[in-house]
Write a protein of this length. Structure first.
Length: 229
């Protein structure tokens, strides 16, 4: 399932009972899980269960079978279970995944998976698997623009492109840097590349590029800014 397909399923109210989100993009994993939580539970924390680390498969099965409290749905999020690592999981019994109660939504959040493992094949058969890879520049731009608007700011494409070229494409880190820019500005401001150069710690290669560019057009102010490593 792609990002677009996932969003479409949410808009249409089609939420599955079993998910696996894995990969290097931490932001997208959290985004998917938060979207499911909001759609299923809203503000009801009674039926949100988060497990960080290893858990016995039998214990997890029993937890899935327990009725939700004060609601019709229950969300269980298991982070870094290692069920799908392939290490010592050959005899892991996850047959309960084929018949989860209709009131339970079970989500696994993993860094790495072994696609040849029995556990992965079981979940892929009965659930929805999404690999969270780095987003392209266009998607990053949309996410940063939306995040700025939520804080009553606008951000230019020049500023976004400079952030990506000078900071990288890790969305968690970019959003942290955007938070610094928001704190530096006030409501209604437009965040520009000048703000990015002043607030964000850009890579050495980007600063060298800025310095070379400034010297070529004899812009002493820009050159001095680039020299402030």
């Amino acid at each position: 399932m792609t990002y677009q397909e996932f969003n479409k399923s949410l808009r249409e109210g089609r939420i599955g009972s079993l998910y696996l989100f894995y990969g290097i993009d931490e932001y997208m994993k959290d985004y998917y899980i938060k979207s499911i939580r909001n759609a299923l539970l809203g503000d009801n924390d009674f039926n949100y269960i988060k497990i960080d680390g290893k858990i016995n498969a039998r214990e997890l099965s029993d937890l899935c079978d327990e009725m939700p409290m004060f609601g019709q749905k229950k969300l269980i999020v298991v982070k870094n279970s290692e069920f799908f690592s392939g290490k010592g999981t050959a005899n892991l019994d996850l047959d309960f995944l084929s018949d989860l109660p209709e009131f339970t939504c079970l989500v696994f959040r993993e860094d790495n998976v072994d696609k040849s493992s029995k556990a992965y094949k079981t979940l892929d058969k009965y659930g929805i698997v999404i690999e969270c890879v780095r987003q392209n520049d266009t998607m990053i731009g949309k996410i940063l623009t939306k995040a700025a608007m939520q804080q009553s700011r606008k951000i230019t494409m020049d500023a976004i492109n400079l952030m990506i070229s000078g900071l990288g494409d890790d969305l968690v880190m970019l959003l942290n840097e955007l938070d610094k820019l928001i704190k530096y500005t006030v409501e209604g401001d437009v965040i520009t590349d000048k703000h990015v150069r002043k607030v964000c710690k850009l890579s050495t290669s980007q600063r060298i590029f800025d310095l070379t560019d400034a010297l070529s057009i004899k812009d002493s102010g820009k050159a001095l800014t680039a020299l402030k490593f």
